[in-house]
Structure formats: structure tokens, C-alpha cells
Design a protein around this ligand. Sequence first.
Ligand SMILES: [Zn+2]
Length: 188
Amino acid sequence: MIPDPDSFEIAQERQKMKPCYSCGKPMRTIKDQPYHYIESGLPVVLHGITQYQCTECGEMFAALPNVKKLHRAIGNDICRQKKSLLVAEEIKFLRKELRLKAKELAGILGVTDSTVSRWENGKKQIGEGQDRLLRSIYLSCMADSCHPDQTCSGHLNVFRNLPAKRKPLQESQEIELNPQDWILSQVV
Ligand SMILES: [Zn+2]
């Protein structure tokens, strides 16, 4: 019996397909279609990404190369390119990339916990100073050669160690230094 060339081709095509992660049915490959990276919580559109769609349940999957660097590129774009004040999703994204809890970010920026949650649910606009400080912290932490899986402690600790609700002193405090403090210092 001569095999039906059509069914043979279909069977071959099926073999190349990956199984769906949800239902196990074969998935078809989609190329050259923009991918809306909604998992980032931001309106990010990625191009040149291979996507897979389940032929049964319709579930979509994407093969994203180097997600860590992708997130750095998104954060960098937010901090450097965005001219208007940061919006809720951007603040949340930067905070998560810095691996900070809302409470920790509040302490670093010198605001209350509820202020951060109101920024992040869009009920309050971030202030000019905090917007600039958050961008600055993000960019300097990412520029630091700190381990990518850890929160950069250097810059953040400067702000963490400041007490809340400070008051100015009447007289300025003296700064005392010996030569070894600046000659041998690792701080630049
Ligand atoms: Zn499926």
C-alpha cells in the first residue's frame, strides 16, 4: 500500500511540535509576530521572538532569551527615556528589579509604606524628587558590579540608614578626617 503523502507530512510536522505545557497537545510555531510581554506588568512589545500556540487549548508560550538582561533593558529604558513622572507599573517594576519590598522602598525614599502602595495602585502620583531618586538608585545599582541575583547594598544602605522624619541641626556638625581616611579609602 502506498502511504498517503499528505498524512505523512502532517505526521512529520506533528513530530516536530513541542507539547503544550498546559494540556500536552502539540503546539504550532509562530514567528515574526510581535509578543506582548504582559508578564512584565508593562506595555512591552518584543519583536523577533519565537512563539508557540497550542492547537488544542490555544495557550501561547514564548521563548524569551536572557530574561534577566531583558529586564535590565526595560528598566534602563524607563529610567533614561521616560520623560514624564513614573507611573504605577513602572514604580512597581523598578522596585521588583531592585528586589525590594514596598516597605523597604518606602524607608529608602523617606516616605510612608502607604505612600508607596498608593503610587503602585495609581491612587497617588510620585513626587518629582522621589521619581528622580528612584531612577538614580536603580541606575547606580545596575551599574554596580554587584551580583545580579542580590540586592545591591552599597547605594541602598546609604538611604536605609537615614532615620525617618529628620530635623535639621542648629549648628553644622564637624567632619573629622585623618590622611589615611582619604588616602587609603576604597570610597571614590
Ligand atoms: Zn494546550
